[in-house]
Write a protein of this length. Structure first.
Length: 464
């Protein structure tokens, strides 16, 4: 340990109620692992906080020492921001309390909660908080960046459903942010990521959701282009209850894949309906008309089952690299480029995800939250996923190359939670006309950029 991190350790030991972990301690190796296996780093100290006073102590010690500091909730940062070499990791995984008020349809949840914690607690009351699609994702990182998922079109982004934050800011003090208290900070926290402090509690608005109907299917290669053009025409007028999207990939060799499709390019189709099931069946079947009939399933299921269905598709420890952006118009050439790219994809686990935002998420005005402009509805997310470090260069090059080909057809903008760690230059693009306002708020709450392991919004004191 170098001197600075040694100072942090000394200043915390004795009064810290959670656990402090250094490299020689049992459990250190396990603690170094985050979801994205691309990032194998060795922090000098882990501070596993048990209560808010621990978070305050850790933030004060970090600020006083100047050590590089990561904040970790679920550890799912695609960019690897939840770890660092030699510095401090403030880990909130021991703070996973969820309190639900069914009458008021509100939940208070702690800054270390996973989506699984939130869903399990809220569904006991038949309610749901709109969030992501993989239950082992951390709620804090997801909500602070924006938060997209199955319920967005019906109820908005996660950040649109937060009514208040309690956080520890860079000087160690506790601050509340809501429509009445610190409204500028409240605005910034809805999309601005982990830039402004460590959120210890969120207050979220809940919505009644019980069962849903999900249709899935595989559409063979030659039918992908007509299907996507049908989709792009249909979605602008589709009911908010429908979330219809695609993953373009190479079909796997599993038993569930019809033999005629195995190893070939396909569009994996998903169509979710939330609401009246009778009405929804018609839409779900419509979305699956182009799918190979042996690969179609339509199921009514609980919301909890829906929320865990994709968990095994994104296992911990594999290597992931992403590029993301928006199209206002999804043109034929862009569709063709994506389909052709499947012919050279180095890993069969990689995918090109296409979603249509729209609905309630799009009706929030661009200036209402830091998340910003939602007017370009087609969301592209290229997710490369492989196991062998020797294949890093090929997978990263494929992702970058495809993105470079598509970029001229895209509009400026990117969702910060889908960015990789080498895209610092795109952070101003993510916020555009909100950038200077965010920098001012950052300067107020974190003038020395203590919270810089994120898609960083530098305070005015830090030159660009
Ligand atoms: C498998 C998988 C599925 C995903 N699915 C979706 C999805 O459906 N929808 C979607 O919108 N996104 C999705 N994402 C992206 C996800 O939103 C981001 O990766 C997000 O950062 C994860 O949050 P986390 O808390 O797990 O991450 P962490 O790595 O723990 O933290 C990520 C960032 O958030 C900050 N942070 C974490 N906790 C706090 C806190 N308490 N206070 C302040 N800052 C904090 C950290 O400093 C860091 O910068 C997915 C990611 C993965 C890996």
């Amino acid at each position: 340990m170098d001197n600075a991190i040694e100072d942090v350790y000394r200043s915390l030991s004795g009064r810290f109620k959670g656990t402090l972990l250094r490299s020689a301690d049992a459990g250190y190796g396990e603690a170094t692992r985050i979801w994205n296996g691309m990032f194998s780093r060795r922090p000098g100290l882990f501070a596993f906080c048990r209560e808010v006073s621990d978070v305050q102590a850790a933030v004060r010690a970090a600020a006083a020492s100047g050590v590089l500091t990561a904040v970790r909730c679920g550890g799912h940062s695609l960019a690897g921001f939840s770890t660092c070499d030699q510095g401090l990791v403030i880990d909130l995984s021991a703070m996973r309390e969820v309190r639900v008020d069914p009458e008021a349809r509100r939940a208070h949840f702690s800054g270390g909660c996973l989506l699984a914690n939130l869903d399990t607690a809220t569904q006991k009351a038949g309610l749901a908080f709109p969030a992501g699609v993989v239950s082992h994702t951390g709620a804090a990182g997801l909500v602070l960046g924006g938060g997209t998922g199955w319920l967005n079109r019906l109820h908005g982004l996660s950040c649109d459903n937060v009514e208040g934050f309690t956080l520890v800011v860079a000087d160690g003090s506790m601050v509340r942010a809501n429509v009445k208290e610190n409204p500028e900070l409240f605005w910034a926290l809805r999309g601005g990521g982990g830039n402004f402090g460590v959120v210890t509690e969120f207050e979220g608005r809940l919505h009644p959701v019980s069962s849903v109907i999900l249709g899935r299917g595989l559409c063979p290669g030659d039918d992908i282009a007509p299907l996507l053009s049908q989709w792009r025409e249909f979605m602008p007028e589709a009911p908010d209850n429908l979330r219809w999207g695609f993953s373009l990939r190479i079909a796997d060799e599993s038993r569930n894949t019809p033999p005629a499709l195995r190893g070939l390019p396909v569009a994996s189709v998903s169509a979710l309906w939330v609401g009246d099931i009778g009405q929804g069946r018609r839409y779900v079947h419509h979305a699956l008309t182009a799918a190979h009939q042996a690969a179609v399933s339509v199921e009514e299921m609980s919301f909890l089952r829906l929320q865990t269905m994709a968990d095994s598709d994104f296992p911990h420890g594999r290597r992931y690299y992403t590029k993301s952006g928006y199209f206002r118009i999804l043109g034929d050439q862009a569709i063709q480029t994506m389909i052709e790219a499947l012919a050279t994809v180095p890993s069969r686990a990689s995918e090109i995800e296409l979603a249509y935002l729209g609905g309630a998420a799009q009706r929030v005005a661009p200036g209402d939250t830091a998340f910003g402009d939602r007017s370009a509805p087609f969301v592209l997310n290229i997710i490369s996923n492989w196991a062998d470090p020797a294949e890093d260069a090929a997978n990263i090059a494929w992702t970058r190359n495809l993105f470079a080909q598509l970029r001229p057809a895209m509009v400026p903008g990117v969702y910060v939670n889908f960015m990789s760690g080498d895209e610092e230059d795109r952070v101003p693009e993510a916020y555009r006309e909100r950038w200077e306002r965010l920098r001012s708020i950052k300067t107020t709450y974190d003038p020395r950029n203590v919270f810089r392991l994120n898609q960083n919004i530098p305070p005015h004191s830090v030159p660009l």
